[in-house]
Design a protein around this ligand. Structure first.
Ligand SMILES: *Cc1c(COP(=O)(O)O)cnc(C)c1O
Length: 215
């Protein structure tokens, strides 16, 4: 699907939800896509991308930033603590802060560098054992822990279980964010971004609908 069509759908969903068209940021998820497809989207003027793997992003974005200028790249995949240093140099935001050890590492890096990417706490709203993210019941305490470390929390992120209605998960994430005074909601992918926007998403992460199926 062309990028412009997704942009139109994002804006329409925002309007339908009574929100400003610019209230939702479209993150084009470019993980494991052929470079030609990524370049095509950059050439159309898009400047916000999501990646899942530190090493892949490291091999791609320094060159693309040199060619296309200021591009924001957000980390949306699980982050190993030993890759945190590379990640803070590479990414403008990290959506997958999910454990105290990573928070501590990021806080140390932030102190050393005097700056830190925007952070989203990932919540495992479906309590799926194979997924990362804090459990909903632990979210308030973890958010408080991160704030005590002076980490710049922008919001929350979730990936609802496959094959279920995403809306209850989006609603729960929005409720946790609201009671903790967090404005950012990273939720919604190719199959459910309009439902996410209806539930208050500020960042939707759309991959295959923009770039085509991943190999
Ligand atoms: C891959 C991925 C996406 C994009 O998925 P699509 O279904 O291709 O839109 C969004 N969020 C996360 C966390 C992902 O890993």
């Amino acid at each position: 699907m062309p990028l412009s069509e997704i942009q139109t759908r994002v804006a329409a969903a925002a309007t339908a939800a009574g929100r400003a068209p610019g209230a939702v940021q479209l993150i084009a998820v470019s993980k494991v896509q052929p470079l030609t497809r990524v370049v095509a989207v950059l050439e159309q003027g898009h400047r916000l991308f999501g990646e899942n793997y530190v090493q892949e992003a490291q091999g791609k974005w320094p060159d693309l930033r040199a060619r296309f200028g200021a591009v924001q790249v957000h980390m949306i995949g699980p982050l190993q603590t030993n890759k945190a240093k590379v990640a803070v140099d590479l990414f403008d935001a990290i959506h997958t802060l999910d454990r105290p050890s990573l928070a501590e590492k990021l806080a140390r890096l932030a102190q050393d560098r005097g700056t830190c990417p925007q952070l989203f706490v990932q919540v495992n709203t479906g309590a799926e054992p194979q997924k990362t993210g804090v459990l909903p019941a632990d979210a308030d305490a973890f958010i408080a822990t991160c704030r005590a470390m002076d980490l710049p929390l922008a919001g929350l992120m979730c990936i609802p279980p496959e094959g279920t209605d995403s809306t209850p998960h989006f609603t729960e994430l929005a409720a946790i964010a609201a009671r903790n005074g967090l404005a950012g909601l990273s939720m919604g992918m190719s199959s459910d971004f309009e439902a996410a926007i209806a539930a208050g998403a500020t960042h939707v992460r759309v991959g295959s609908a923009i770039f085509g199926a991943r190999a």
